[in-house]
Design a protein around this ligand. Structure first.
Ligand code: GTQ
Length: 331
């Protein structure tokens, strides 16, 4: 290219598309990665030992996908971070809010830990799925005994890319007054409060017992699995924006139907054992293991114990709402 053309372009803040070779350079091919609980568990104790809640705003371990090493990316998955948080009796994490949508799946605790979401105290019991939707105030306390441990997932990278996050520290001046949260808890009964325009479920706690009840009552699909989705009862859609969640109970007799998608998923093993085939990788998993299923691989699961339950969080709904989602199934 003649030098005067190049310098004229540079001077005008223009570039030549035909010379660019980096159009997809931002795309990193992630490997499916498993974080064994046997390695995470002692790190949580070490984090308690090493950090003091007066200094650490939140005692959180960030799971790092090894495929991102040496890149600008962080976290377990392309659009979502998946972290482990631990809090000890008497400790608290101060109130704050952010535009990031966050969820929690409780791994360990005696019920003494409570997260308060927009003024509603939400107990944190093992197996609970909890919402902390964007811009809701949240703080954590622990009035019980022993460690309280949970998985946090946030739509952090997506919002980082879009530059849509904001953070505000509490104490809050516009915390909604406490209200009886259980008004929404009967299936098919919707209180008419006139506040149903919120982009998230009015239910902040989905207990495991309800999930087990639903899974136990439903027939298995043709591929031997049972699945539920955590929904907003006002819309029937995903419980909140940013991250869409499911519980999978794969069968033992056969693999689930292989599927391939451009959405990204992270799984937490709630109970039992099994194996997931992810492209050519076979991931063997057991209780509390966490594994990342990046886009683009053929995926199927099989339980190796009768009680296997896998919590799944995905950016699928984000892609679907933009008409970007691609999914294929194989028989
Ligand atoms: O508990 O509020 O893992 O604000 C990351 C950011 C947890 C929280 C995380 C957060 C929190």
């Amino acid at each position: 290219m003649p030098g005067d053309f190049r310098s004229a372009m540079e001077g005008a803040n223009v570039s030549a598309l035909w010379e660019r070779t980096d159009r997809d350079a931002a795309q990193v091919a992630e490997v499916p990665h498993l974080w064994p609980w046997a390695e995470l568990d002692p790190l949580l104790d070490a984090a308690v030992h090493e950090t003091d809640m007066d200094n650490a705003e939140r005692r959180v371990l960030v799971l790092e996908n090894p495929s991102y090493r040496g890149t600008q990316r962080i976290g377990a998955s392309l659009n979502m971070v998946v972290n482990l948080q631990v809090i000890m009796p008497g400790e608290f994490a101060r109130p704050h809010r952010h535009r990031l949508n966050a969820l929690r799946f409780i791994i360990e605790g005696d019920g003494g830990a409570v997260t308060t979401v927009d003024g509603i105290p939400v107990p944190m019991l093992p197996g609970d799925f909890l919402l902390t939707p964007g811009w809701c105030w949240h703080e954590h306390t622990h009035g019980g005994k022993g460690r309280a441990v949970w998985l946090d997932a946030l739509d952090a990278q997506l919002q980082r890319h879009l530059c849509t996050n904001e953070t505000e520290m509490g104490p809050s001046n516009d915390m909604p007054p406490p209200r009886a949260h259980n008004a929404y808890e009967g299936a098919g009964i919707t209180p008419l409060l006139g506040d149903d325009a919120k982009p998230h479920s009015p239910i902040f706690r989905y207990p495991l017992a309800d999930v087990r009840g639903a899974l136990g009552a439903m027939p298995e699909a043709a591929d031997g699995a049972r699945r539920i989705r955590y929904t907003n009862p006002l819309t029937g859609g995903a419980a909140m924006a940013g991250i869409d969640c499911y519980m999978l109970a794969p069968g033992q007799a056969r693999d689930t139907r292989p599927y391939r998608t451009n959405a990204n998923m992270v799984c937490l093993v709630v109970e039992g054992e099994g194996v997931s085939q992810v492209g050519e990788h076979a991931l063997s998993w057991g209780k509390n293991d966490i594994f990342s299923l990046p886009r683009g691989h053929w995926i199927s699961h099989r339980a190796s114990s009768a009680d296997a339950l896998v919590f799944q969080l995905t950016d699928r709904e984000v892609l679907a709402s933009l008409h970007y989602l691609r999914e294929e199934f194989r028989d």
